[in-house]
Design a protein. Structure first.
Length: 359
């Protein structure tokens, strides 16, 4: 009887693993929509709970109001920024094609201002000749044009797929907001771990998601606005485009927006625009850099309780594997990895030996 029960249990576990993998495989084409639906549900869950109390338990109305707030606070601003970014990108492309912006000329001006020994090194690397630079830029432009032409053929299909994924995300978000507490209880009941382990891991999961998304997005927005603002003041064309690029790079701790403003500052210094270069360096180090040094530990590192180097490596690895979604997935996996090993090393296997991070 015992052997039969053990066999049945093993068969059931195998069946459970197979159907779980099959279900994940089915969701794979829309994993981005499912992932961001879950992330937004976790972030806006406190607001949903307050609305449920204020509306005297009407979950459907509270979830609908929360969904509308997500559309107004998150989706609409992103849509407006994307539209402005597209216009800015088109204008920048036209300026490059017409010769108004000439990267070859900029390169030659910076190269002429370099010391002789640096120019010799560039010459040996075949980078000091303006004709070589123009050839390389022309080849890059041709390749970019071919890529754009190829993708333009499938723009209709991509737009339709995006709209479908967007609709799935909103649909799923509504039900996750409405049924989130019930779903969380069922998950806790189904996971074969002790109550202490389940509570700690669940708290770690929600804390890391909220801290990573809210913290990184706040830091990225602030650094992008500051970088775009100083670029506009200094008369650099395409300030909005560069602001978005700096905001995107700000998702990477330690390096971030400096990958954009630092080369521009160096170019100013080499070409004789000393005051512009000094202003940009001072603003980049003292203002943009301080935002990363001050806000990120408060909004991200404090709640996740992870060192900066772990956040950086996990973010880079996550984005390399999962694209933009990786800036959440990478630190989340790293945090759960650390939490699981901390629990494994605890004296009491049913309770962590350290305090749970605050919410």
């Amino acid at each position: 009887m015992t052997e039969s029960s053990g066999l049945h249990h093993k068969v059931f576990l195998l069946l459970l693993a197979v159907v779980s993998i099959a279900f994940a495989w089915i969701l794979l084409p829309f994993y981005g929509a499912v992932f961001w639906g879950a992330v937004l549900a976790i972030i806006f869950a406190p607001l949903q709970r307050r609305l449920v109390v204020a509306l005297r338990g009407r979950n459907n109305v509270a979830a609908l109001l929360t969904l509308l707030l997500v559309l107004v606070l998150v989706i609409l601003p992103m849509t407006l920024i994307t539209a402005s970014l597209i216009r800015e990108g088109v204008n920048l492309y036209e300026s490059i094609r017409s010769g108004e912006i000439n990267f070859g000329h900029y390169f030659q001006s910076a190269a002429d201002a370099l010391p002789p020994f640096v120019r010799d090194i560039l010459a040996r690397a075949d980078l000091a000749s303006i004709s070589d630079v123009k050839d390389k830029l022309s080849a890059s432009a041709l390749q970019a044009s071919q890529t754009l032409a190829t993708r333009a053929l499938s723009i209709g299909q991509n737009t339709a797929q995006f709209m479908i994924s967007f609709g799935i995300m909103l649909y799923l978000l509504f039900f996750l907001l409405r049924d989130g507490p019930t779903l969380a209880r069922r998950i806790r009941q189904a996971v074969p771990l002790s109550a202490g382990h389940k509570t700690h891991l669940m708290q770690k999961f929600t804390t890391v998601v909220r801290a990573t998304v809210k913290g990184n997005i706040v830091v990225a927005l602030v650094q992008g606005m500051l970088g775009g603002g100083i670029f506009a003041i200094l008369g650099i064309q395409g300030a909005l485009l560069w602001a978005v690029v700096m905001a995107f790079l700000s998702l990477l701790p330690a390096v971030g927006a400096g990958l954009i403003w630092a080369p521009v500052a160096v170019y100013f210094l080499l070409t004789g625009a000393i005051w512009k270069g000094c202003v940009l360096i001072g603003f980049g180090v003292l203002v943009i850099g301080m935002v990363d040094n001050v806000l990120r530990p408060i909004l991200v590192g404090k709640d996740t309780q992870m060192p900066d180097y772990v956040v950086l490596i996990s973010t880079l690895g996550g984005m390399a594997l999962f694209g933009l979604n990786g800036f959440v997935i990478g630190p989340l996996v790293a945090a759960l990895f650390i939490a699981c090993w901390d629990l494994n090393g605890a004296d009491d296997p049913t309770r962590p030996t350290f305090e749970d991070p605050p919410h």
